[in-house]
Design a protein around this ligand. Structure first.
Ligand SMILES: Cc1ncc(COP(=O)(O)O)c(C=O)c1O
Length: 352
């Protein structure tokens, strides 16, 4: 394993590979809402500049209240963080699991955080026969001898989402097995119908959310965690103060209040996703995996050729060859605006 986990969206590195300035790149490698940040968030950032002369609230109380209202959850059980990544590492540090269940493929930071916490990893390999879906029965069986399981719904990089009843069944089984379930819903704002947040609670369930993808603020870093009550003290005892900065807090409070933005984003994705999936399958012959969020996983023997050819034209997709459980035939593309998606399709046509 390399010292850090490779990710999409590393613009400097991609620009160097493409031999052009980062501003000229069209980045499909990170999965960010193509509508951009809500206008109210931009205004809030500008309006709060002068507050940078003071420390932020150590636990981002105003943001926690806004999250509790937006998702109808108990504010006492929430922790806000510097992106959901901070909270993944915090959870592993606090829970100190002996054995952690992870899926392959899955989000790369889980493995790194688990290894740094000294845990053994048990891998649940997702099968192509099952379209790389997570099989709830197999996940439940695999949890039996673990003390922590990480479940990503919708999963990254596959895009597939389990239904709310399926995830609830896994959360119930986690409690029975006395295994904590860290449910990563980083992309669930695109498909709230599958989320457990505000719909299910038990003593072994931790729900993690990112605010960087749906609200298009990855540079600002924002995420939160809903905890079982029994874990709150331990998490507070391990958490660094001030990890949500003043501008991030102000932007997120404004973003969460913008219901029109949320609806517009979901409507857009619900139309654009099947359209782009269909066009990509038709034009490239790739297998496009079923998806519920703002990205698509493609499998084609031409993946590396496409990645290289696109990068030469200033278009970056995510090479998925370094995901455990995938290989050089896999790539992931974000779903961007119609115009940008058409640019991608046109560029692909010049390579194929
Ligand atoms: C599944 C998943 N979880 C968590 C994260 C971390 O996101 P952030 O730290 O920006 O909230 C990512 C980022 O790509 C992700 O894909």
């Amino acid at each position: 394993m390399s010292a850090t986990t490779p990710h999409g969206g590393n613009l400097r590195q991609l620009a160097a590979q493409a031999g052009r300035p980062a501003e000229e790149l069209l980045d499909f490698s990170a999965s960010i809402n193509p509508l951009g940040m809500p206008p109210a968030a931009r205004r809030a950032i500008i309006d709060h500049i002068d507050r940078l002369g003071h420390y932020p609230d150590p636990l981002a109380g105003e943001l926690v209240t806004a999250i509790a209202e937006a998702y109808r959850v108990n504010s006492e059980l929430l922790l806000a963080g510097n992106g959901s990544t901070e909270l993944i590492y915090l959870a592993l540090r606090v829970l100190k699991p002996r054995q952690v269940l992870l899926t392959a493929p899955g989000f790369g930071e889980y493995e790194r955080a688990a290894r740094l916490a000294g845990a053994e990893i048990k891998w649940l390999r997702l099968s192509k026969k099952n379209e790389l879906r997570i099989d709830p029965a197999a996940f439940i069986a695999a949890m039996a001898d673990c003390d922590l399981a990480l479940l990503c719904n919708p999963n990254n990089p596959t895009g597939h989402a389990l239904s709310r009843p399926e995830v609830a069944a896994i959360a119930e089984a986690a409690k029975t097995h006395r295994c904590y379930l860290l449910l990563d819903e980083a992309f669930a704002d695109f498909c709230p119908e599958v989320s457990l947040l505000g719909h299910f609670y038990n003593t072994h369930l931790l729900i993690l959310r990112s605010l960087t993808k749906f609200f298009a603020l990855p540079g600002l870093r924002l995420g939160f965690l809903l905890l079982p009550r029994s874990l709150r003290r331990a998490f507070l005892a391990h958490k660094e103060p001030w990890s949500v900065n003043t501008l991030a807090e102000a932007a997120a409070v404004a973003a969460l209040a913008d219901e029109e933005f949320a609806q517009r984003s979901r409507r857009f994705m619900a139309e654009e996703r099947p359209w782009l999936a269909g066009e990509l399958a038709r034009r490239t012959g790739a297998r496009v995996y079923p998806a519920a969020a703002n990205y698509l996983l493609l499998e084609t023997p031409q993946a590396q050729e496409l990645l290289t050819g696109l990068l030469q034209q200033g278009i970056a997709l995510r090479d998925c060859s370094n995901f455990r459980g995938l290989n050089a035939n896999f790539l992931r593309t974000a779903i961007r605006s119609r115009q940008e998606n058409q640019r991608l399709l046109a560029a692909l046509a010049t390579i194929l």
